[in-house]
Design a protein around this ligand. Structure first.
Ligand SMILES: Cc1ncc(C[n+]2csc(CCOP(=O)(O)OP(=O)(O)O)c2C)c(N)n1
Length: 623
């Protein structure tokens, strides 16, 4: 029975609970998180870690007036439960249900939406600067994880903070993990803050002494705080946050509610920018997640008692696994090949490579812009860097692709995983814009395989081409074609005819080939001769084949798992216009809008990406 949780209709209801009741509420929240996420899937470990922090934030601050900005937003399930969304919580990540991230259109308490890392401090700084300018008095709080703190944007925001606002609160939620163990100098520095034993011993003694002497005297408390900061600088060599103009408080135990409440109250009263360093345990309260927080960062449905998955999808998605295995195979024969990830080694299939070639594997942290330019530097010195990244996360590094890689024609290979609609993570994660963003960039070869075997072939060919290459592929498994021992060469810009026909030509990109084949079969049944082309290349497209077909076809239809405007279909239509094509053209893809989260089959049905719907669009063109 979640009696306490059920009594919370809005954050204001938290004010009347005693500390003991808040503890009990934390237990109820964890039970609800486990119960729901075990059915819906989602980001479990990060959410279990911030239960007390969420309660404390809502007890000390008053959203929606006070603005709490959560970085990424994947850890806000308890926040949703306590800010008026408890009754809809079972719909988490389901079609038409609650988002797995924060959304301004879901609740007035969601001050700023996200899904990508590293945006909280910048957006909070913007909210604070606007407040100052408009004469508001609310508190603005950025809650950022230690992984996301390593993002370039977090540092850019810190750099800009001191000169922008006198009042901003940053809560650093430090669980020492990104998805996997956190990397980098900042993470090492935070580790020192957490474990410096000499400092912590001194701090405990000093705190109890100061508490006795200062009591409630504000002036004495302030003197004590200043003294503590100065001495901490001595113990920890430098106070990085102080140099950025933030007062540093911590580390505080993120599961000790009275301590957390005190620290946030201090932040609330602060008249200068302040950072509260909160130490939390990822997966707190659920033994399997505490033991392996990386595996439980994001999960499918599972059995709570055993921790076993309910649906075994065969482990690692097909395309990612084939990519990783092929890269290992190629790297064994070519010492120029190195692999780069931006904190996503497991998701992109690079864990095997990391183990086998540790000296040739680089995890740069959540730093996609840096990863691309870092790869360009390596390519300029003769290596063949391969950066595997989710399509959606490459979006922030488009300038680096243009300015650092393609302008200098450097042989960097970008492997764009999760290209196309991803389903339950929703619009922040759908990889639908890469084609439109990249297809106009000179020197870049942009392509997509129709199955796993072709992915291996493309990767092998790309290493040989010696120019910038981006290969995109969807989430999950393709048709699972066996990857052959010998990978045939692949000429740049050569499409493949899969089915001949004359009246209609269906040009399909990558994972849209099966859809095109079903549509062609339906057309043939109705007496319309339909051909299917595996386009393979978006840049350069196979103009000679297209021109030959354009002479004879009454209709040319493109199919892509990407936004319909500006992508593959647009490239084909531009070429057709160059040829003076007089027939009909149709682009099948996702509309130019932010497609919500949901079940992929339902979304395809809703947006007309089924064989029946495409067939129904084509037939009128032929009459
Ligand atoms: C730009 C970008 N790259 C990668 C990701 C994938 N991602 C989601 S959460 C996460 C780890 C974040 O670590 P941290 O900020 O410490 O939060 P925690 O989950 O540990 O609470 C990563 C890499 C992302 N959301 N955005």
């Amino acid at each position: 029975m979640n009696t306490l949780l059920e009594s919370i209709q809005s954050p204001a209801d938290l004010q009347r609970l005693s500390i003991e009741e808040l503890h009990a509420l934390a237990g109820e929240l964890r039970a609800t998180l486990l119960d729901t996420v075990s059915r819906t899937g989602g980001h479990l470990a990060s959410n279990l870690g911030v239960v007390e922090l969420t309660i404390a934030l809502l007890r000390i601050f008053q959203p929606p007036e006070d603005k709490v900005v959560w970085d990424v937003g994947h850890q806000t399930y308890a926040w949703k439960l306590l800010t008026g969304r408890r009754e809809r919580f079972a719909t988490l990540r389901q079609t038409d249900g609650l988002s797995g991230f924060l959304r301004r259109d879901e609740s007035p308490c969601d001050a700023f939406g996200a899904g990508h890392s590293g945006t909280a401090i910048s957006s909070a700084l913007g909210l604070a600067a606007a407040r100052d300018r408009l004469g508001g008095s609310e508190h603005v709080i950025a809650v950022v994880g230690d992984g996301s703190l390593g993002c370039g944007m977090s540092f850019e925001a810190f750099n800009n903070l001191g000169s922008t606002t006198p009042r901003l609160i940053v809560v650093l939620n430090d669980n020492e993990m990104s998805i996997a163990a956190n990397v980098g100098a900042m993470s090492r520095y935070l580790g020192r803050l957490l474990v410096s034993p000499r400092y912590n011993r001194w701090k405990r003694g000093f705190e109890s002494w100061a508490h006795r002497v200062a009591g409630d005297n504000r002036l004495l408390r302030r003197i004590y705080n200043r003294t503590e900061e100065a001495i901490k600088g001595y113990f920890l060599r430098s106070g990085v946050f102080e140099e950025f103009g933030l007062r540093y408080v911590g580390p505080v135990d993120g599961h000790d509610l009275p301590v957390l409440l005190d620290a946030l109250q201090l932040a609330r009263e602060s008249n200068e920018p302040i950072l509260i360093h909160v130490a939390t345990t990822k997966g707190k309260g659920y033994a399997p997640a505490e033991a392996a927080p990386d595996l439980w960062h994001s999960t499918g449905a599972f059995d709570v008692a055993s921790g076993m998955p309910l649906h075994t999808g065969g482990g690692m998605p097909g395309y990612s696994r084939v990519f990783g295995a092929t890269l290992e195979r190629l790297a064994a024969a070519d010492s120029r090949i190195v692999a780069i990830t931006a904190a996503m080694a497991a998701g992109t299939g690079l864990q095997g490579f990391a183990k086998r070639f540790p000296g040739r594997f680089f995890d740069v942290g959540i730093a996609e812009e840096h990863a691309v330019t870092f790869a360009a530097g390596m390519a300029a010195r003769g290596l063949r860097p391969v950066f595997a990244v989710y399509s959606t996360f490459l979006q922030r590094a488009v300038d680096q692709v243009i300015h650092d890689v393609c302008l200098q024609n450097l042989p960097v290979i970008l492997m764009l995983d999760r290209a196309g609609l991803v389903g339950d993570d929703g619009p922040t994660h759908h990889g639908v814009f890469d084609l439109a963003l990249l297809r106009g960039v000179p020197n870049l070869v942009l392509l997509q395989p129709r199955d796993e075997a072709e992915l291996a072939r493309m990767l092998n060919a790309a290493v040989g081409w010696g120019c910038p290459v981006a290969i995109r592929y969807p989430r999950g498994a393709g048709p699972q074609t066996i990857v052959p021992e010998v990978l045939d060469p692949l000429p740049i810009g050569q499409a493949e005819i899969l089915r001949s026909g004359r009246l209609v030509q269906l040009w399909a990109l990558g994972d849209m080939v099966p859809l095109a084949q079903s549509v062609a079969a339906m057309l043939a049944q109705r007496g319309f001769s339909a051909g299917v082309v595996n386009a393979r290349f978006v840049r350069p497209i196979d103009r000679s084949l297209l021109e030959r077909q354009a002479d004879q076809a009454a209709a040319i239809v493109t199919l892509e798992n990407g936004v319909r405007d500006g992508g593959f279909g647009s490239a084909v239509e531009e070429a057709l216009a160059d040829f003076g094509y007089a027939g009909r053209a149709l682009r099948v893809g996702w509309p130019n809008e932010f497609v919500p989260h949901g079940d992929l089959a339902t979304l395809r049905l809703r947006y007309g990406l089924t064989p029946e719907a495409v067939f129904a669009q084509i037939v009128p063109l032929l009459n």
